[in-house]
Design a protein around this ligand. Structure first.
Ligand code: HC1
Length: 573
């Protein structure tokens, strides 16, 4: 430990702290913009300036290590003026149409301007030429709002190891984006939206589909069916001021009915179905010398990463479509037939924590009935906007259930939304199918938690299954390299494209850098899902009575010809 003094308060802090850490530890909140804990610690924006006794100039506290006897002042006239000048300069080159902005109300730049009492922009002048890139189905890039903080560049390069975002030009002309200012759809972007999640402003945002959904809801000739991903229920409440980790499943179903959807189904049902399809696929690969390790295929960011960067592993991917695509295909076949509705008259909306699902839904191969399996994808944030626009009093809604058959799910389906959840759900089923015995303990804690790569060996009697779980494409890369070199061998791997899995997907409610500093978002949201799992009467996918029903009535058995037609796909090299 070292002893330092901040604003006349003497404190002891760990020797590896920064001045920013030390100040925050005693409740002094130095403002930041480019700083993002563990991701972007570069001291570029100079918002966190402080005075240090004996230093000639003001210092950037987010990268300044503490030292014994240091005396720091965070609130002097010089500090306030320097921070303000920096902010004013940023604002002078910023598109300030805040009232019409997608981030109105949760923009970190807006908040800071308010907190710092900005009253005017004294350096009104030239603006950097800007680009509005609408080429991607998932991500909009609008450089008129970019403040060049570099958070997106760090997350894309270092965490996801995709590396399609970078800095171009110098000084005032600096911009952030793909090389040569190419469109996002023209480079090997995986659409994960982690750049959006860390952007403090609306320079990166999702491609909004709200108006298409309003139009469908208004159209008397459309039967509009909605489904909700596992992770949405663990975060939607944050948009309405509920504490992080509050599960809002019942209110979410109720709000969707108030919005006018004709049927409210649950992607969790299809998660259970995926476990049957994927579980039997794994067993068949194990028995028939099929390609191993088999790798999960529900995360479209990960799929695109594999297609671009590891095509040699495409045959390892499970052929299962992702659950919401499976459900879309079933809605337009099984449900359509049962209810005598033409598939072309059905409009399927998926509420997803994910921006890559928007791209996925547009893939031509995902149209089992000749019509897209899913017509529109809304992020959790977009759903919240619709609920607010409809002026629904979300927090006071009575809980409601999903609609029958395609809304029935087990605890195994719910945990899909957290890293390790798909693996655990699969093990619950595969273990019982292989051994023919009921598991004594269905909590596979070895694959839970937020460690980047998790491994386990599961004893299934004669069969010992080696499994691994990776979350973020950066960690997937690390794992695949080990498999490639022969250093590691597995039978089954779960990969989720986003760090933390879907609970912290690119379409989830924004968490400011300040909140990320103090809260364990992945863990807190995941806990909501594990609690929901614990509270379910049925916690294994193969015991879901509606899954049994759909095989009996329609699909025959897992991996049947019909199941393949509707629920499986192929990948593009
Ligand atoms: Fe996911 Fe999935 S778990 S991919 O993370 O397999 O997005 O939540 O919906 O489809 O079920 C996301 C979440 C989601 C699919 C399921």
């Amino acid at each position: 430990n070292v002893t330092i003094t901040i604003d006349n308060k003497k404190i002891q802090v760990p020797a590896d702290s920064t001045v920013l850490d030390a100040a925050r530890a005693i409740g002094i909140d130095i403002p930041t913009l480019c700083f993002l804990k563990d991701i972007n610690e570069v001291g570029a924006c100079r918002m966190c300036l402080v005075e240090v006794e004996g230093a000639r100039a003001l210092q950037t506290s987010c990268v300044l290590p503490v030292s014994e006897g240091m005396v720091v002042k965070t609130n002097t006239k010089a500090v306030r003026e320097a921070r303000k000048a920096t902010l004013e300069l940023l604002l002078s080159n910023h598109n300030r149409e805040c009232l019409m902005c997608a981030r109105n109300g949760n923009c970190e730049l807006q908040t800071l301007s308010n907190e710092m009492g900005i009253k005017e922009i004294p350096f009104e002048g030239e603006k950097t030429e800007s680009t509005l890139d609408l080429s991607s189905h998932s991500i909009v890039r609008d450089t008129s709002k970019c403040i060049v903080c570099g958070r997106c560049v760090s997350v894309c390069n270092n965490v996801q190891q995709v590396g399609v975002l970078g800095f171009s030009n110098r000084g005032f002309e600096t911009t952030v984006g793909p090389v040569f200012d190419k469109g996002i759809s023209e480079v090997a972007c995986i659409n994960c939206g982690q750049c959006i999640a860390v952007c403090p402003v609306a320079a990166l945002r999702e491609k909004d589909a709200i108006d298409y959904v309003w139009d469908a809801l208004e159209n008397p000739n459309k039967h509009v069916v909605v489904q909700t991903a596992p992770a949405v229920r663990a975060a939607l409440g944050e948009e309405f001021g509920l504490p992080m980790g509050t599960s809002v499943t019942g209110k979410m179903a109720a709000s969707l009915r108030r919005l006018g959807f004709d049927k409210v189904f649950d992607t969790d049902f299809a998660a259970d179905l995926t476990i049957l399809e994927e579980g039997y696929e794994l067993l068949s690969r194990l028995k028939n010398n099929g390609k191993l390790p088999m790798i999960t295929s529900c995360s479209p960011g990960w799929i695109k990463f594999c297609e671009h960067y590891y095509p040699e592993f495409l045959d390892n991917l499970s052929t299962c479509k992702s659950p919401h695509e499976m459900l879309g295909a079933l809605i337009k076949s099984y449900y359509a037939e049962k209810n005598n509705i033409k598939p072309e008259d059905i409009y399927v909306v998926s509420i997803m924590p994910c921006t890559a699902k928007k791209f996925e839904a547009k893939r031509e191969e995902l149209a089992a009935t000749g019509y897209p399996d899913v017509d529109a994808v809304l992020t959790t944030r977009e759903l919240a906007k619709m609920i607010k626009e409809a002026r629904i009093d979300f927090n006071n809604l009575e809980d409601e259930d999903f609609d029958d058959v395609l809304g029935e799910s087990t605890g195994a389906g719910v945990i899909f939304g957290a890293t390790g959840g798909v693996m655990e759900a699969a093990l619950r089923t595969v273990a019982e199918v292989v051994t023919g015995k009921e598991l004594e303990n269905i909590d596979f804690k070895q694959v839970r938690g937020t460690e980047g790569i998790k491994e386990a060996e599961i004893d299934l009697g004669e069969l010992k299954v080696k499994v691994a779980v990776a979350h973020s494409t950066g960690k997937a890369k690390e794992l695949l390299e080990k498999v490639k070199s022969g250093e590691k061998e597995y039978h089954f791997i779960e990969v989720m494209g986003c760090p933390g899995g879907c609970v912290t997907g690119g379409g989830q409610p924004y968490i400011s850098a300040k909140d990320r500093y103090t809260k364990d978002v992945m863990k807190t949201r995941a806990k909501a899902l594990y609690n929901e799992d614990m509270g379910k009467a049925i916690r294994k996918s193969h015991e879901n009575p509606m899954i049994k029903k759909i095989y009996d009535e329609f699909l025959e058995k897992p991996n049947s010809h019909k199941a393949h037609q509707l629920l499986h796909t192929h990948y593009i090299k």
